[in-house]
Structure formats: C-alpha cells, structure tokens
Write a protein that binds this ligand. Sequence first.
Ligand SMILES: [Zn+2]
Ligand SMILES: [Zn+2]
Length: 233
Amino acid sequence: MLGILLDLLFPGYCLVCGKLLLGSHHFVACSDCWKEHFAPYSGVKCKTCGYPLKLKPGSFPYCRECVETGKHFEFKGVDYFGLYDGLVEIAIRELKQKKLLPVAGEIGKSIRGRLLNFIHRTEANLVVPVPESKEMLKERGFSPVEEILKGAGIQFRRVLGKKEGIMKQSLLGKRERRKNVKDAFYPLTGLNGDTVLLFDDILTTGATADECAKALKEAGAREVYLFTVARSV
Ligand SMILES: [Zn+2]
Ligand SMILES: [Zn+2]
C-alpha cells in the first residue's frame, strides 16, 4: 500500500529505457534493464590490483603499471562484481550522492552470488566493511557499504574506525590519494588470526583498501582479501 502511494507521489522512471517504474521499482532502472545492465565483469584481471585486462589465453596476468612500479598491497587478492561504468556506476552514485537507500538492497542482491563465491574461495571467516568517519555517517545518515552488505544478506563486523577530517578520495588525483588516507584507519577491536574479507563499494587506486588491510593486520588478521562492488577503469 505504501509502495503504491510512494509511486503516485514520486513517480520514478527507468534511467535506461525511460519506462515509468511501478510496484517493484529499484528507483534506478526497471527490472529488465537492471538485469541486463547491472552486469558482472567476467574477463581477466590483474592479480595485484584487479585492473581488467584484455588478454589472450596464456598471457601475463598483471597490468603494466603493477609490473613497472612493482606494486604490492597488504591485501592478498582482489575480486569485484563489475566495472565502474554504465548502470553499476549510476546505481552507486544514486545511493551515495542522492541517498537512495533502496538501491543498496538491489545492489546487494545482485552481487551476493559473486561475493559468496569469493568468500568461499578465500576461506575468509570474517567480513569487514571499509568504515566511514563519524562526520560522514552523520552527513549521509547511513553507510552505503554496510547497507549493500545487509542487502546481500552477509553478516559483517565493524573492526575498523576512520579518523575525522580525511578528504574524499574521489576529489583527489592518483598520487594524492595514497597520502590522504595514510594511517586514516585504526582497529576498534582485536582479531585472532582471522582471514578477513574487506568489503568496499569502489576500487580505484587501492590506497584505501591497502590502509585498511594494514590496520586489520595490526588488529591481528592473518590474511586480508578485498571485494568491491565495482572497479574503476
Ligand atoms: Zn528500463
Ligand atoms: Zn595491476
């Protein structure tokens, strides 16, 4: 009943095909468009940073940048649902910038299978979301990353805290990002040799996840793996 009322008061339109969204709408796209365009990436990835590689079978599974810079992260492996583009990008933006909370549930449901598969492969026994600062939580009213995990039906534990006054990574260039998040995260609680699955929405340079993994190891994690909804390209 409430859904019908909301539809009448605030009609939503599919951002892909323009169709009026009624009933089971996602606030972003109709279910047909969502199914088609909220799509997973299934190609080859750089083993270090997850960058999508267009490789022929048997090619070297690392991106040029990781080879040239000898990049190394505190997290041992990485996977993500899709590329940060098209409907995946739009959905994350709507959730974070327009605070459209129901989108978190839809994203969660869509990524659940892939996330569970990665948890199984890595034998992670604990899922930890990348935290927001108290300041940011207050401004938005919710943590998008935690809401996505709830939508996916995945249990998690808040093990990390984030210091105040850290600038948004999205406002910064590649080099500034690492400096900006240096020592930005700290453990809230101790761990006992756990294998942790660190969860975030977008993977760009990996600087945030790297700092989180460092803090998780300080807390007592044995190994850390990273899973994000999307990978910037
Ligand atoms: Zn549509
Ligand atoms: Zn790479």
